[in-house]
Ligand binder design. Structure first.
Ligand SMILES: NC(=O)c1ccc[n+]([C@@H]2O[C@H](COP(=O)([O-])OP(=O)(O)OC[C@H]3O[C@@H](n4cnc5c(N)ncnc54)[C@H](OP(=O)(O)O)[C@@H]3O)[C@@H](O)[C@H]2O)c1
Length: 316
């Protein structure tokens, strides 16, 4: 009977040997960035290539792939993270590249806007396909190479992975899920030398507002004459603001740290304004307090403070 090579058998038998082989080759480290055509992914791809990392830059449109391939240390790769055939072909391209794969940056993402009770099934599935299953699909496909290189997985979440506000509920759901993905992955892979980090950006300049506009128009038309219409008009204005936000250079710096620092952090909140940090931290603290309240195992205030001190000491 033909032996199926499962991830588990690779973990058990191949990882240490392949890891040593990868280091011995001393080749230029290679990193795959998904959604590298614009915005945050483009910045990360450019920052990596500029520091001498070889970048497999995932994109969907032929013109983007061609443009990315013109950049030194970069090869554009056709990669829609929802299409298994694209993912398999990308694995083959990277394998043929002969550099192995040191890191994956799960960046590709979309937004949808609207009241949760108004979204249709197709919209809900589309955001989870890209934002949640996309990173899982990519990480799974490249995991043998990442294990072989004792590499890194960096996943671009959002402060919406902590926050959950009106009319961005579906987006927040998809980003909350990816927070769980990265934590579980990090715990599963720790013994194999693979580290997993999250980046939680605030509002930065990108094409996300423009790319969401067609869906916003549909959602607004659907909300016409309902109590949601005024709020949806505000959301339309908010999504139009992404061109005016700061460039995401500090998000790219965090990705470089997560990929190459000897001590990558589990989470990097990167925001351009104090208010975005404050609202996110307040939400995390409020959630802690809500969890702790009103049951027989409530932790007293002094013990909570001790827990906080211990957690603070661990991240220093
Ligand atoms: N900008 C912000 O303020 C902000 C804040 C927090 C988190 N984020 C996150 O940052 C990531 C990048 O977003 P961005 O703001 O830079 O937006 P963006 O400029 O719209 O970039 C999104 C990228 O994802 C790609 N993409 C979309 N669907 C895809 C699919 N099915 N397969 C592969 N690639 C796909 C897009 O490719 P095409 O060009 O082919 O459409 C594009 O390259 C997302 O995960 C987003 O949630 C952004």
């Amino acid at each position: 009977m033909r032996r199926t090579i499962t991830l588990l058998s690779l973990l058990t038998f191949a990882a240490p040997v392949a890891g040593v082989a990868q280091q011995a080759a001393g080749s230029q480290a290679a990193v795959l960035v998904t959604g590298a055509s614009s915005g945050i992914g483009r910045k990360i791809a450019e920052a990596l290539a500029a520091r001498g990392t070889f970048v497999y830059a995932g994109a969907r449109k032929a013109e983007d792939i061609a443009e990315l391939s013109k950049i030194k240390n970069m090869q554009g790769v056709r990669l829609d993270v929802t299409v298994p055939a694209d993912v398999a072909a990308a694995v083959e391209t990277v394998r043929k590249g002969g550099r192995g794969l040191y890191g994956v940056v799960n960046n590709a993402g979309i937004a949808i806007v609207g009241p949760l009770v108004e979204h249709d099934e197709k919209e809900m599935r589309s955001i989870f396909e890209v934002n949640t299953l996309g990173p899982w699909r990519i990480t799974k496909a490249f995991s043998p190479m990442l294990i072989a290189s004792k590499g890194r997985v960096v996943t671009i979440s959002s402060i919406s992975g902590i926050l959950s506000g009106p009319f961005l509920g579906a987006y927040s759901m998809s980003k909350h899920a990816i927070e769980a993905f990265s934590d579980a992955l990090g715990a599963e892979m720790a013994g194999l030398g693979v580290r997993s980090s999250l980046i939680e950006p605030g509002n930065y300049r990108s094409d996300i507002g423009r790319n969401t506009m067609a869906q916003v128009d549909v959602a607004l038309a659907r909300a016409k004459g309902t109590p949601f219409e005024p709020a949806m008009r505000n959301m339309q204005v908010a999504m139009g603001r992404y061109d005016s936000y700061p460039e995401p250079d500090s998000v790219a710096s965090a990705a470089v740290h997560a990929l190459f620092d000897p001590n990558p952090r589990a989470r990097y909140m990167v925001v351009p304004a104090a208010g975005q940090a404050a609202v996110t931290i307040r939400k995390a603290v409020e959630e802690l307090v809500q969890l702790n309240a009103g049951h027989q195992f409530t932790v007293e205030r002094d013990s909570l403070v001790k827990l906080l001190d211990a957690a603070l000491a661990r991240v220093k």
